[in-house]
Design a protein around this ligand. Structure first.
Ligand SMILES: *[C@@H]1O[C@H](CO)[C@@H](O)[C@H](O)[C@H]1NC(C)=O
Ligand SMILES: *[C@@H]1O[C@H](CO)[C@@H](O)[C@H](O)[C@H]1NC(C)=O
Length: 363
């Protein structure tokens, strides 16, 4: 039997638990594609998924989670830097109550900036739907801690958005002839993507985001999948490399202009191409034996098809830059996040995450 006092004590304890995380680590929200999906696609009918072995082989549970990595992915490692637990996928039923205050991951493998990117994956959460879920999330949190507290939580949060790679790989370059290719040359297509990316970022701002890490594409021509199909002699494929070399500087420019319009450094460009180029041009300096061959896959460079239980699998994931034909290993993700934290403005423009954290802890 419980006395009224223990019931009261339990109530007080519950309220305290619900309020605490907001006062501890800041919340973290993630939007984008497979590089940052924490498992949303597990709940969808789509072929873009990472929920069977050997995905997750080096994750603490040694089991697949939906992350496109052998272990942790980039958002996990950023959460760790914030002193927070990993955000849950928004579609994960465990994301309720106080867990909501940690933040949420809305990302979905296969999506891009454009609504027609990744159509072959059918049922995935396109970026405007991810933003719609963010609104729904805020209504749910308002019911928990009130509207003002929710606005504070969102304004004080760190946001990561990762888009663009699929607009090339799973749209423009998907087949030798595509509608987008007939419509645009690479320069004009990149400009179009940037103008659409800008609308997405402005929508995020309208929804309350005030610190947003924005990543562009990696070195698209150098990933094992592209080496397997488009490379001569193992050299990075020229046209996808040119795409990344056009797109990324335009993104940095757009972000500079957008911050100026807003009058504050809300958006920070993460130059994933420069970060990955470092270990692609000199893998040995990072302790990798190769940056061309994926750990898990089949065919040339292990770059064909999907990573499945039937694929070749390397024994030591730490000496490979690429886990599967498209995605970095946990160890490569650690180098990327280290650069996000402490990189110079060649990598992080206008500032790195350490600087952001120092600035925001003063306000
Ligand atoms: C993409 O879809 C969203 C909503 O579904 C719509 O608001 C937006 O205008 C579309 N973008 C383009 C370029 O058609
Ligand atoms: C972060 O960026 C700042 C400003 O560009 C730079 O001075 C600093 O060395 C970088 N690294 C760290 C750890 O802050």
């Amino acid at each position: 039997m419980s006395s009224p006092i223990t019931i009261l004590a339990v109530l007080v304890a519950t309220v305290a638990v619900v309020v605490l995380p907001a006062e501890g680590a800041r919340a973290f929200f993630v939007f984008g594609d497979s590089l940052v999906d924490n498992g949303n696609n597990n709940y969808l009918v789509t072929t873009a998924r990472a929920d069977s072995p050997p995905y997750g082989i080096d994750y603490p549970t040694r089991r697949p989670t939906g992350r496109f990595s052998n272990g942790y992915n980039i958002p996990d490692l950023i959460s760790q830097a914030l002193g927070a637990e990993s955000t849950l996928a928004y579609l994960n039923p465990e994301l309720r109550g106080e867990k909501l205050l940690v933040g949420a991951n809305f990302a979905s493998a296969g999506i891009g900036i454009l609504n027609d990117t990744g159509i072959q994956f059918a049922n995935i959460i396109r970026i405007y739907q991810q933003l719609g879920f963010f609104e729904q999330y805020q209504r749910r949190v308002s019911g928990l801690i009130g509207e003002d507290e929710t606005i504070q939580l969102v304004n004080g949060a760190l946001v990561l958005i990762t888009l663009g790679g699929n607009d090339f790989v799973n749209n423009y370059f998907l087949t030798p002839i595509t509608i987008r290719r007939l419509q645009f040359n690479l320069q004009d297509y990149s400009k179009y993507l940037i103008s659409e990316y800008k609308k997405i970022l402005m929508r995020l701002y309208d929804l309350g985001a005030r610190r947003v890490l924005v990543t562009g594409t990696g070195p698209l021509g150098c990933v094992p999948a592209v080496l397997a199909t488009r490379s001569r002699n193992g050299e990075c494929a020229v046209e996808p490399q040119r795409a990344a070399a056009i797109f990324n500087p335009l993104l940095v420019q757009m972000i500079g202009a957008l911050n100026q319009e807003i009058g504050s450094n809300v958006f920070v460009a993460v130059n994933a191409m420069e970060m990955q180029n470092d270990f692609i041009t000199n893998p040995q300096a990072f302790g990798f034996i190769t940056s061309k061959v994926a750990c898990c896959g089949q065919g040339p460079y292990n770059g064909l098809g999907l990573c499945t239980v039937l694929s070749n699998l390397c024994p030591n994931r730490d000496v490979y830059a690429f886990w599967d034909p498209f995605h970095p290993t946990e160890r490569a993700n650690r180098f990327i996040v280290r650069t996000i934290l402490t990189g110079s403005d060649k990598y992080m423009y206008p500032m790195n995450l350490s600087t952001i954290m120092a600035l925001d802890s003063k306000t």
